[in-house]
Design a protein around this ligand. Sequence first.
Ligand code: ADP
Ligand code: MG
Length: 381
Amino acid sequence: MGVWSAPGRANLIGEHTDYNDGFVLPFAIQHRTAAAVRLRVDGRIRVASTFAEEPVEVALDDLETLFPSDGAAGRAQGPTVPEWAAYPLGVAWALRALVPAWAAGTFAGIDIAIASEVPVGAGLSSSAAIEGATGAALNELWGLGLDAVSLAQAGRRAENEAVGAPTGIMDQMASTLGQADAAVFLDCRTLETRSIPLGFAEAGLEVLVIDTGVKHAHSTGGYRERRESCERGAAALGVAALRDVTEADLPRAAELLDDVDFRRVRHVVTEDQRVLDTVAALAAHGPRAIGDLLVASHASMRDDFEISIPELDTAVDTALAHGAIGARMTGGGFGGAAIALVDHDRVPAVSEAVRTAFAEAGFAEPHLFTVVPSAGPHRDV
Ligand code: ADP
Ligand code: MG
């Protein structure tokens, strides 16, 4: 019996670059999802969440039927579980798949109770937090000895194949590798990471999250269309992924692609460069030097990738107009949250200005709070 927890994450910069084999710079936040877990002797797994009225229980041996490795076709025919339960059950399934069948057959049954302080669907990756907490617990209780990268990969597999959300690996890596006062610089091709000191507190800066309350959904067409544009762009340019395209290649891309696909490609290519520039600027000049890169990132998502919404643009514009050093939407887009880098003393004024601007525009009241770069998964009790 024990309690494990894992954090949500905010992405400082590097949006929609992860599935293009590119660079991202997220950080784990202080909001965590906790999983209270105990072993049971009957080979069954039961998951409960404060999020759902009913727990879900299945035999461990049935996980392979529930989430067949051939993907969604099997899932549609087989027994189904509520979507939320596919996250923790999918992690258990993905972890079992890492060991030989006879060894998986010796795993004890599990009771998991989940509670979370990570807002759902706000672009702060409550999904990676639930995967990370479940993974950390099962890693220890099943004696798997997996490292943070393997646990992140299991979380991604759960999300892609058990839940059916076509996400990259950024969220899980940000959650499992988070460190206090640092971001995780991730090369999504090699999965190499570097911890990048942020120094926000020392510089008197806060990261203000402006959650618009507008729910995004990965399954909606917009996300898939963006991915397809990126794949077409890479194919037309003859590269494995847009990671292999540089800003110098953009004129050629403009000739080969239609206007929409070209702008999608330009976002990814320039965003990769902005991530590298942000890492360099942090090291050379500290966090006050990254504001313009955040602003350029937002403009690129708004104009080229077209994943912003009026609420996010209002949040960013208002924060900047009231003294934020930089601001951008964060997460997959079509809703969710923006982040603003703000002097500690100006947080109340910026917050008030954003609330007023939302009210004047007739938007729902935003949810505002600050996030602190924080540590990854650990055992709490
Ligand atoms: P986010 O940006 O928050 O990660 P996602 O759509 O990727 O948004 O994941 C949100 C989903 O994760 C929820 O709809 C739910 O199915 C699942 N989830 C997140 N937190 C919990 C929780 N505490 N309990 C149960 N399910 C959760
Ligand atoms: Mg998510």
